[in-house]
Design a protein around this ligand. Structure first.
Ligand code: GLN
Length: 448
């Protein structure tokens, strides 16, 4: 299929089911159709002449907290509703350089704060598999758009699970890279010491291809490191020897059905390949949520001081929804001098300890595996408590605290609701992570 043909097919599907039909509500903005068709034509010409980049032919959507020139990086908030990006973030620049076609900006939890997509100021996104349910968040749009077959792949951000959680609920693949692998230049941050940018795709290999392109050192983000291209032959090899640590869930609350499917999957795959497995404790993982939120609150408070109404439209405290306001006010409170670092500095200390626990495990094992999300998605509009909402992050936010890489892949369904499993690897071990995830995918055991 040519790029033009594929684009037409996707645009047709979006027209049919995004704002009407199934009303998925994944795109906040789509580029003008004529302009898109012109761009697609040019890409097809490049393909014909053999000069096309590595993403030629790929139709891509971008989460609305990433700057892409000419599009609105609204962060799904009234605060930035009219903010039009004047420049490309590094990741967008790289996509364009490799001839990927960006068609629009995707819905999300407001300022990436949430696990359900319901905090968007522009309405919730529906789960394409079970439309009465949330698709997960905060990458509600990026996950739903891939699952609904509105595009080939999307770009999301993951601060505490925002790529992996909706990937899991929507039955697709989502990757949170190692902190520092992908430049954050041009990302409107939620919490800069946890934020990462990564792909959401239909299969493991597409994520590897996409991540391979967006990664790399960037002078404009000093936390980035240089890296070499992934070896795709290596990724395709099923490891003969592998030491798999199965996360001891201890007293973390995990839906028993999810646990049952997870245990069965690991047993079947490890037996099939002859991999070694052991149930392993990650010390203090039960403190991850309590560590994650104070850091996020303080960093989001600090990061949003620029939205004072003078430059980017509205003053944030006056125009933002309740969840993000909770974070701004909470962050301002707990970082006050009179608390003498009781919360923030203690959280940073706990962060170091949890990071070390992951290092200890991943120095001994090739990977750590666990379900991606401990619970099933709720119905859109159901009133759930803040604590319940934060409990979606129990198994994803520890990886952001540790700074490691992780991938969520579909592992099955419970009453037609997709559930995912997570493969976590050491820092900058993405190639290994893809190899393991690809082996799971090829095992024929997953029934996602
Ligand atoms: N659910 C988490 C939060 O609300 C994760 C968000 C994210 O990764 N952007 O903070």
């Amino acid at each position: 299929m040519t790029t033009v043909e594929k684009l037409k097919k996707y645009l047709e599907e979006i027209k049919k089911n995004d704002s009407s039909g199934k009303k998925i509500n994944s795109f906040l903005e789509l580029k003008n159709e004529k302009k898109l068709l012109d761009e697609a034509k040019k890409i097809d010409e490049k393909i014909k002449s053999g000069k096309a980049g590595r993403l030629a032919g790929k139709i891509i959507g971008v989460k609305a907290n990433l700057n892409a020139k000419g599009f609105h990086a609204s962060c799904a908030s009234k605060v930035l509703e009219n903010y039009e990006s004047t420049y490309d973030s590094t990741v967008v620049e790289k996509i364009k350089k490799e001839d990927g076609l960006i068609i629009g900006m995707l819905n999300m939890d407001e300022f990436a704060s949430g696990s359900s997509g319901e905090t968007s100021a522009f309405g919730p996104t529906r789960n394409p598999i079970s439309p009465e349910l949330i698709p997960g968040g905060s990458c509600s749009g990026p996950a739903a758009a891939v699952a609904a077959d509105f595009c080939d792949m999307t770009l999301g951000t993951d601060t505490g699970g925002s790529i992996r959680n909706p990937a899991s609920h929507c039955g697709i693949v989502g990757v949170k890279p190692t902190y520092g692998l992908v430049s954050r230049y041009g990302l409107i941050d939620l919490a800069m010491s946890f934020d990462t940018i990564g792909p959401l795709t239909k299969d493991v290999l597409s994520s590897a291809v996409f991540l391979n392109i967006i990664k790399g050192k960037d002078e404009r983000d000093t936390t980035t490191f240089s890296s070499v291209d992934f070896n795709f032959n290596e990724i395709e090899k099923i490891p003969k020897k592998l030491k798999v640590a199965i996360l001891d869930l201890g007293n973390l609350e995990v839906n028993p059905k999810i646990k049952e499917i997870f245990d069965k999957t690991i047993k079947l795959v490890s037996e099939k390949y002859g991999w070694e497995t052991e149930v392993v404790k990650v010390n203090h993982i039960d403190l991850a949520v309590q560590t994650y939120y104070p850091v996020v609150y303080v960093e989001s408070f600090s990061g949003t001081r620029k939205f004072d109404g003078r430059k980017y439209g509205k003053k944030i405290e006056e125009a933002v929804g309740p969840e993000f306001l909770r974070r701004i006010l909470g962050g301002s409170e707990i970082s006050k001098a009179e608390y003498g670092g009781r919360y923030y500095f203690n959280a940073l200390r706990a962060k170091k300890i949890i990071e070390k626990s992951f290092e200890d495990v991943l120095n001994k094992y090739d990977c750590l595996v666990c379900p991606t999300v401990p619970r099933l998605p709720h119905k859109i509009g159901d009133s759930i408590s803040v604590e319940e909402m934060y409990s979606y992050d129990v198994l994803t936010c520890p990886v952001n605290i540790a700074g490691n890489c992780a991938i969520s892949i579909p592992m099955g369904k419970i009453k037609n609701i997709p559930i995912g499993m997570q493969v976590i690897c050491g820092k900058f071990k993405e190639e290994k992570m893809f190899q393991i995830a690809r082996s799971f995918e090829k095992s024929g055991v997953l029934n996602g």
